[in-house]
Design a protein around this ligand. Structure first.
Ligand code: MN
Length: 231
């Protein structure tokens, strides 16, 4: 039996310091996981973590040292950047406990949870799903994955995003409301995680709009920079 057309290849994310590639399966995202970002979006306090997904083929893989290209999407006048630490799952599981979560992590990458903020806002107001604001084509740029074993810990790393050389977002990973282990505990209670699952862990304050021609540079201490131009 053959397919009626060739199946689409999975997104392959390069591994730092290796010729191997990481085959992506799902893209999970955590909402409002930094207090100052929750406040800028009009919320306060610690709420249980909540999740949404992006299609795996919305990943835009950018190699280290290269400038990626991000098409300005349709239907929006308010295209926002959200710089995030991405956790790459290497070993699946369900009901994973926070204190065991790190044994399920393959590595870390920098990601951008690009957002059509005007469409997301309209959907929120109407109580409808966020898909059109969050899960559109090319909405998930990602840099190379660095194996956790090569990092001296990521918990206190700095995270930063600049646009055309001006810093817009800056924070540290230890300001996450729900830390990486707790995110995996909550997520794996709702879905069985599998190798290839990526988790965008949430953005710090300072989100804002980009337009065609802008160059975004995202940095997390210890990981290769992610550079991408809006086309
Ligand atoms: Mn986000």
């Amino acid at each position: 039996m053959s397919y009626v057309f060739p199946p689409q290849e999975v997104a392959a994310v390069p591994i730092t310091g290796s010729d191997l590639k990481y085959p992506a399966r799902r893209v999970y995202c955590v909402g409002r996981n930094y207090e100052e970002h929750a406040k800028e979006m009009g919320f306060t306090g610690r709420e249980p973590p909540f999740f949404f997904l992006k299609p795996a083929d919305s990943l835009v893989v950018v190699k280290a040292g290269e400038m990626g290209s991000l098409p300005y999407p349709s239907l929006t006048q308010n295209f926002h950047h959200e710089v995030e630490l991405v956790v790459a799952i290497g070993k699946g599981g369900k009901n994973i406990q926070a204190n065991d979560a790190h044994s399920h992590i393959y590595g870390y990458a920098i990601g951008l949870d690009m957002t059509r903020r005007d469409l997301q806002g309209e959907m929120k107001k109407q109580g409808r799903p966020w898909c059109i604001g969050k899960g559109f084509d090319h909405s998930a740029p990602i840099g190379p994955i660095t194996p956790a074993a090569q990092l001296g810990g990521i918990e206190k790393a700095n995270i930063e995003l600049s646009v055309d050389g001006v810093v817009r977002q800056t924070s540290t990973i230890d300001k996450l409301i729900w830390n990486i282990g707790e995110v995996i505990e909550h997520l794996s209670a709702a879905w069985e995680l599998q190798p290839g699952d990526l988790i965008y862990t949430g953005t710090p304050e300072g989100v804002g709009a980009v337009v065609s021609g802008n160059v975004m540079v995202a940095k997390v201490t210890g990981l290769p920079d992610l550079t991408i131009k809006v086309s």
